[in-house]
Design a protein around this ligand. Structure first.
Ligand code: F0G
Length: 380
């Protein structure tokens, strides 16, 4: 049997580096093990020589990286006897929470901003049997309410303030090092709540640490003696670069943003929960934050689909949009190895894709002659 045929999810694969008890009932949908793809055509268009990879997290079971955290958070919720989970979400967390709750036999309550989540994500939460609560407010309002709510109701919060979420998400960094044989020079991510950039840094640090060695203060988990640093798998860690959408860029403004706005609804967040940790990631890794306009984000999404055949949602393309600019501008060094995380699948947000699509959509009669004419008239 091939090793892939035996793949049973990220908890089993990285169990010795995760907070899972031996007798735990694992709630999994075989998440993780996502494609790590070297780009072919986009690097040729850049003025600088680089090795550019994407980690296609849209190919997780519910179409986003959230599944990595959710398998751990829901496995823990079940172990602790919880009967219901709750989250605020811009869409992907709700889709993932709903799916893992369904699998575990729990109830999922998801609080989403009215009218501001992509259709695919709403469809997922509804089909997967979550109780969907639309609020007349944004994600930040929702999270504030959910954080207060869990002090008064017997439900487990599965937003990234639940520490098990980041523990699951750190495995993406393990996979990259395992696939590449070492850590990349730069790792670029879209930043909303800043949980994922923090989780990746934790993962890289644990893979670089010797036994028990804690290499980051951004991980609030171990209190100084890392139980998951076993043997140093990689000898270096990447520079971490976080890109935000211009209308929702608190890390660029240096303070919280009250009315975030961007076409990339997944990262329409003005009050990031992992604010302190993400600044530590930036400092410890020697990285930086920057912002991309909605136009840059959409252009990168389209370029990736057209030139590489990889379809991600708008928020995900923020990593590539920023990376391309920083490669061209020389901030990212020539000849380096760069990984961009593509956080969610393009099918999550078909409206955004169709709105900006310029590809020919021809209507012709159902005859050989007409179809042939359409084809010959459009040959490259
Ligand atoms: N990309 C996508 C597709 C997302 O859904 C999110 C966050 C991010 C990037 C940002 O990650 O928050 O860890 O910095 N989505 C959350 C949600 C907020 O509710 O689905 P982050």
């Amino acid at each position: 049997m091939s090793p892939l045929a035996r793949y049973t999810g990220l908890i089993e694969r990285y169990r010795d580096r995760l907070p899972i008890d031996d007798d735990a009932e694992i709630i999994t949908l075989r998440e993780g093990n996502t494609p790590f793809i070297r780009l072919r055509n986009i690097p040729r268009r850049l003025a600088k020589e680089v090795q550019l990879y994407v980690k296609y997290e849209g190919l997780n079971p519910t179409g986003s990286f959230k599944d990595r955290g959710m398998t751990v958070a829901v496995t823990k919720a079940v172990a602790e006897g919880s009967r219901a989970i709750v989250c605020a979400s811009t869409g992907n967390t709700s889709a993932s929470a709903a799916a893992y709750a369904a699998r575990a036999g729990l109830t999922a309550f998801v609080v989403i901003p009215d009218g501001k989540i992509a259709q695919g994500k709403l469809a997922q939460a509804l089909m997967e049997g979550a109780v969907v609560i639309q609020i007349k407010g944004n994600f930040d309002d929702g999270l504030r309410i959910v954080k207060a709510l869990v002090k008064e109701a017997p439900v487990t919060i599965v937003n990234s303030i639940n520490p098990y979420r980041l523990q699951g998400q750190k495995t993406a960094a393990f996979e990259i090092v395992d696939d590449l044989g070492r850590a990349p020079d730069y790792h670029c991510l879209p930043v909303g709540n800043a949980g994922n950039i923090t989780a990746h840094w934790i993962g890289y640090c644990e893979y670089a640490g010797a036994h028990g060695e804690c290499l980051t203060s951004a991980c609030l988990f171990c209190g100084g003696k890392c139980p998951y640093a076993r043997n140093a798998v990689s000898d270096k860690r990447p520079v971490m670069v976080g890109y935000q959408a211009t209308g929702a860029a608190p890390f660029m403004r240096g303070h919280m943003v009250d009315q975030p706005e961007t076409v990339a609804t997944a990262i329409r967040i003005g009050h990031p929960q992992s604010w302190e940790q993400a600044w530590k990631v930036q400092e410890e890794s020697g990285g930086w934050f920057d912002e991309c306009t909605d136009d840059e984000i959409l252009a990168a999404q389209k370029l990736l689909a057209e030139k590489e055949g990889i379809f991600c949602e708008p928020a995900s393309a923020t990593s590539l949009a920023g990376a391309m600019r920083d490669i061209e501008g020389g901030k990212i060094a020539e000849n380096s190895t760069i990984v961009c995380t593509l956080t969610g699948h393009g099918l999550k947000d078909p409206d955004a894709a169709i709105r900006q699509s310029t590809g020919p959509l021809l209507r012709v009669d159902a005859t050989l002659a007409e179809v042939k004419r359409a084809i010959l008239g459009n040959m490259a």
